[in-house]
Design a protein around this ligand. Structure first.
Ligand SMILES: *Cc1c(COP(=O)(O)O)cnc(C)c1O
Length: 226
């Protein structure tokens, strides 16, 4: 288990997938998803030069990242998991990007908090491309109106869209749908693709791939349920 070596391999695969799709590898940002992992696995990846990391819980990130950010000041932290409105203040303070903007109440709260903290960060609207009952995200038929609300009324810095395709389906049609919605709304960012499907996502236009297991190994069980 060598996370730095895994990182190098994933970067090679990203490069290969981008070139195969006729894209520049520089147009694909690798977000290394370090959730549930401790400093022992994260440090070697930082030392290897990785700058963009993703976490899925505000509280966990608050607990483990401040000393790492101090040691590696140009690290960029992305929140990729669900965000409760009572954690928005902390999230805006800690993160540089949020990939899980999935409802109006959260959009309004983010607008308020960004203005209070006089901060800007990159936001991705999560789209529930599979229209799954249990999954967060805006359903595709509401996406255009939601993008408009966020940009025009709330003046939020929307960088793009994000999706997590249903587990047991071919992800390609979901990635293609996300791209189509982004294109017709003039959004450049596409956060899509994880360990099992990031090459397909790159082929279909991903600008941000969120890879955890292939870099850090299997995740230990979370330490608590907060
Ligand atoms: C955990 C997680 C990932 C990383 O998944 P892997 O399969 O381990 O690469 C990506 N995106 C989100 C939203 C996640 O929660």
């Amino acid at each position: 288990m060598d996370p730095a070596q895994n990182l190098a391999q994933i970067k090679d695969r990203i490069k290969g997938a981008a070139l195969k799709a006729g894209r520049s590898p520089d147009d694909v940002t690798l977000v290394a998803i370090s959730k549930f992992h401790g400093h022992d696995r994260i440090e070697p990846v930082l030392a290897a030069g990785q700058k963009v990391f993703g976490e899925n819980r505000v509280q966990e990130a608050q607990g483990k990242w401040p000393p790492l950010v101090e040691a590696y000041p140009d690290v960029e932290l992305h929140l990729v998991g669900p965000l409760q409105t009572n954690k928005v203040k902390d999230a805006v303070r800690l993160f540089d990007a949020i990939h899980s903007l999935d409802r109006e109440r959260l959009a309004r709260k983010l607008a308020q908090e960004l203005s209070e903290q006089e901060k800007s960060l990159a936001l991705f609207i999560e789209v529930n491309t599979g229209e799954e009952e249990q999954k967060a995200g805006i359903v595709p038929s509401d996406a255009d109106a939601f993008v408009r609300l966020c940009r025009e009324e709330l003046k939020l810095p929307i960088q793009g869209l994000m999706c997590i395709p249903p587990v047991n389906e071919n992800p390609a049609p979901h990635f293609a749908l996300l791209r189509k919605i982004a294109q017709r709304n003039g959004l450049a960012g596409l956060s899509m693709g994880m360990t099992s499907d990031f090459e397909t996502a790159i082929e279909l236009g991903a600008t941000h791939v969120r890879v955890g297991t292939a870099i850090f190994g299997e995740r230990p069980p979370p330490e608590n349920n907060v």
